[in-house]
Write a protein that binds this ligand. Structure first.
Ligand code: GZL
Length: 355
């Protein structure tokens, strides 16, 4: 009875949404209405928050994909980077008997109990972006995201090639790492890659501290690192917003940012690849941006539509990503026997950017 009541209420929601919003360009409202009502799927999406430009783009990708015109009702929850809010949201989705749950987990641990509750309720969970660390990976149906360790390895391979091309010795590099949210898969992978490279190549890794993927906190972290270390010449930022904060702090400390370490410039590296970061890259204020693609909506939709047809879906789906540089000093990098060509940023590329 409860499920029937929910279906009726959803139908009313859909019809009123169509009447108000006019979801798509389709001119035949009755045909659209009939399609939507009969094929409407309800998705509960628990999003980390809105801490970065990347996150905003990721949310938009999900909302654009899971819209009424595509046959979905999306129930969206912004957890403001708090796991307890995500757990509450998932429990609410279970109560509302959604058809699927999408979870973008803020950090890896602490999900077993609530994912078991979703499993017991027969609701498939799709993990996006960061990974969950659970006792049994049957607690989720599929994962869509990036290989964060590989992202970090691409960046470090570029840094090694670039500085060697500049005639700079490994021991001349004095690096600080502004980390992402501690415990997030993206932070773990990008940090591990840098620490492993520093050890392998003999780089001086002076300090690491979390900027929580946020501009303001990262500016404060950079300020304190500058007070503690007078010889920083590379800043490894684990996302674009951290790079923006670091650049602000460097400028306020009368440090010039650029690629010419030999001339005393501080080289900033970043991850994500938002339009704003590519604009800094074009100006030479950032030397390298390793892309982390937030446009995961279509890949998740493909998984759901396969599941709806009772097809088999891959447990892990990786999103394709590029590496953007200010110039063509380094043409490509090899990571685990895979060659990644470096894309030199241009205004034309920026103008076409979708986020
Ligand atoms: C990466 C994602 C990170 C981004 C940050 O997939 O988890 O979180 O790199 C975002 O911008 O805040």
């Amino acid at each position: 009875m409860k499920k029937a009541a929910i279906i009726i209420s959803r139908t009313i929601i859909v019809l009123s949404m169509l009447a108000l919003a006019g979801c798509s360009g389709n001119t035949d409202r009755s045909e659209q209405r009939e399609h939507l009502v009969s094929h409407q799927l309800t998705i509960g999406f628990s999003q980390v928050g809105s801490e970065s430009d990347w996150r905003v783009a990721n949310t938009k990708s999900m909302k654009d994909t899971f819209c009424a015109a595509n046959g979905y009702t999306l129930i969206f929850d912004d957890a403001q980077q708090k796991q307890e809010k995500q757990i509450t949201a998932i429990r609410n989705f279970i109560q509302q008997e959604v058809d699927y749950i999408i979870l973008a987990p803020v950090t890896e641990g602490g999900w077993d109990t609530v994912l078991q509750e979703a499993k017991d309720a027969g609701i498939p969970v799709i993990i996006v972006d960061r990974m969950v660390d659970v006792s049994n990976d049957n607690l989720y149906t599929a994962w869509v995201g990036s290989d964060f360790r590989r992202e970090g390895e691409k960046a470090c391979k570029w840094l090694r090639s670039y500085t060697r091309a500049m005639g700079i010795k490994a021991k001349e590099l004095h690096i600080v790492n502004i980390q992402g949210t501690i415990g997030a898969t993206s932070q773990i992978g990008r940090t591990e890659a840098l620490e492993s490279a520093a050890k392998k190549y003999g780089w001086d890794l002076l300090a690491s501290a979390s900027g929580d993927y946020a501009r303001t906190k990262s500016k404060e972290v950079m300020e304190s690192m500058l007070k503690a270390h007078g010889n920083i010449n590379v800043v490894y930022c684990e996302n674009d917003n951290e790079a923006f904060g670091a650049i602000e702090a460097l400028r306020q400390a009368d440090k010039s940012v650029g690629l010419n370490i030999r001339a005393g410039e501080t080289l900033v590296l970043s991850f994500d690849g938002t339009t704003a970061a590519l604009e800094h890259l074009l100006k030479g204020e950032i030397g390298l941006v390793t892309e982390c693609n937030p446009l995961q909506g279509p890949a998740v939709r493909k998984i759901i539509e396969t599941l709806e047809k009772e097809g088999a879906v891959p447990k892990q789906t990786y999103i394709n990503e590029k590496v953007f540089a200010h110039d063509d000093t380094v043409e490509s990098v090899m990571v685990h026997d895979t060659q990644y060509d470096i894309t030199v940023v241009s205004q034309k590329l920026i103008d076409k950017r979708k986020y």
